[in-house]
Design a protein around this ligand. Structure first.
Ligand SMILES: [Zn+2]
Ligand SMILES: [Zn+2]
Length: 263
């Protein structure tokens, strides 16, 4: 099983899971051209993409839906409320044959994969994160949440790979140049996950099984990648878990997930 963070951050998000035959993208916050270029640059075949699962309607997660709809035959997995929000924002219609309806809390079977959306505390219409299970490989991508909930922690148990938001350092955000309403939004319980909250959630889901952790959706203004590394490494000390940072401009494909290709 292969995983790549193609882009992560407030300017666009897109993650790829590939079993060698087919690829599921999580979120459409990266242009179609960049999806193709970045997949190729990390050794994944972009022609294997079959579907895109959407988390919520914020622009950094759905910017390329219209282009993908017109220029590919990919299907979109989304809850009805997220689909409606995307259609309203982009002035498009995702036809029935291109849509797999989801409901938070209920897994669907997609080509033999188990795709399980679950609710996040975030200021969107019906935001979800995803747990993906393929042939004994379990992964979750959890970004855009204001605080860690028990429900989120429950869905992040027994993972091989966890992609987790480390959005901001609270002091950097407080002392930074964002306007006060934006600071308040990010700091709220339906905003974004701070480094401290990330470390709490990570500690709650650590297990010997967890091979790789990818820190994601880092703020370019209100966080420092080295600080994220230090905070996460402290939690991971003594565990055989590799630590990676996803980027806005460059894709990453953690080695540790490559070796799971045996599945
Ligand atoms: Zn976002
Ligand atoms: Zn968001």
């Amino acid at each position: 099983m292969h995983y790549a963070a193609l882009a992560s951050g407030s300017k666009g998000n897109c993650h790829a899971f590939c079993d060698g035959e087919r690829t599921l993208l999580l979120d459409a916050g990266l242009s179609l051209k960049q999806v193709r270029l970045r997949m190729e640059s990390v050794g994944l075949d972009h022609r294997t993409v079959r579907a895109v699962a959407l988390t919520h309607e914020h622009s950094d997660h759905i910017g390329a839906v219209g282009v993908m709809l017109r220029n590919t035959d990919w299907v979109f997995l989304a809850t009805p409320d997220t689909k409606s929000a995307v259609e309203r924002i982009h002035g498009i219609e995702i036809p029935g044959h291109r849509w797999i309806p989801l409901r938070a809390g209920f897994a669907v079977d997609w080509c033999g994969w188990r795709v399980h959306p679950f609710t996040l505390p975030h200021d969107a219409t019906d935001p979800v994160a995803y747990r993906v299970e393929v042939k004994g490989f379990n992964a979750a991508v959890v970004t855009d949440l204001g605080h860690p909930t028990a429900l989120v922690a429950d869905h992040c148990q027994d993972l091989d790979l966890l992609v987790l938001e480390a959005n901001h350092d609270v002091d950097m955000l407080r002392e930074g140049e964002y306007p006060p309403p934006l600071k308040a939004r990010i700091l709220s319980r339906v905003g974004h996950l701070s480094n401290v909250s990330m470390s709490e959630l990570l500690a709650a889901v650590l297990s010997p099984r967890l091979r790789s952790v990818v820190m994601a959706h880092l703020s370019e203004q209100n966080n420092d990648p080295e600080l994220v590394r230090v905070v996460a490494a402290e939690v991971l000390r003594g565990w055989q878990t590799s630590l990676h940072l996803a980027h806005q401009r460059d894709p990453i494909r953690p080695e540790a997930t490559r070796s799971l290709a045996a599945s």
